[in-house]
Design a protein around this ligand. Sequence first.
Ligand code: ASP
Length: 328
Amino acid sequence: MHLRRLALLTAAMLSTTAAIAATPVLVIHGGAGVIRSELSPEAQQAVRADLEAALAAGYAVLKEGGTSLDAVGKAIVILEDSPRFNAGKGAVFTHDGRNELDAAIMDGATLRAGAIAGVHRIKNPILLARAVMEKSPHVFMVGDGAEAFAQSVGIELVDPSYFRTEQRWQQLQEVLRKEAAGQQSSLGRMVHYGTVGAVALDAAGHLAAATSTGGMTNKRYGRVGDSPIIGAGTYANAQCAVSGTGWGEYYIRTVAAHDICARVAYAKQPLAKAADEVVMKLIPQLGGDGGAIALDAKGNIAMPFNTDGMYRGWVDKSGKVHVAIFKD
Ligand code: ASP
């Protein structure tokens, strides 16, 4: 049989075995690592408004019968465009004072995925990740090659200065000062997380996951975190979708997003237990920190984090919108 037909048939089988009509659910995060004492009431208000706008845009897709893939993409673009999150505009700076962006998207029904890393000029990295998935034969493209591909498929490029915000620049200066004074390792706990992510379940019962980030403040040129690595920071299959945020090196080493879904599939763990085992036990045991959002095909949600706070929001099965930052 022709390879492409075989792939489509397999994809159709994968989706039909699990797809049961569902009530849509959308969950997003705006990154772990937020510290209560550093967040003014005004900043909190602004972040909440952005999270609500992202939820509204993503959920509108689901309500109209659109796909989970479209919904996560819509929500992420809004968060990338906001200067308040570490993705797109407002991304953190590398050690060399540049913004270097990573993103990934995955379709749970077909296991198709697209990812990009180390780009400097892509206005909305999540759109390029999706284009890699749909318009190239590849899954993961990096750096100049990814940007050349973006140009060839009409994805918007911007001058690198577009991503700069004064707050992120000052955060880098502070980390560099501490590093020079020997007070901080080059990458470490609480180095300005704020990645954005989304998971969704659509009316057809299909799941999707997406994550977009600037990485970690003071990362070295060429460092890639977990967010664009399928299975580490982003993963979706027919039963489970996950987007992670936190100290990426640990999410890569534990293959965190896939591990959560594997525990659900093979160990038959409930989603919340699976997510807790990875985020609240395994990652901290190794010395890492962060959080994750997870969603299963029944619409169950888990949002564990072992940091002070994690920006997050969700639209539950009844259509109610929730936004939260700290544990309470
Ligand atoms: N996980 C991201 C990274 O290590 C950072 C974050 O979640 O904010 O690149």
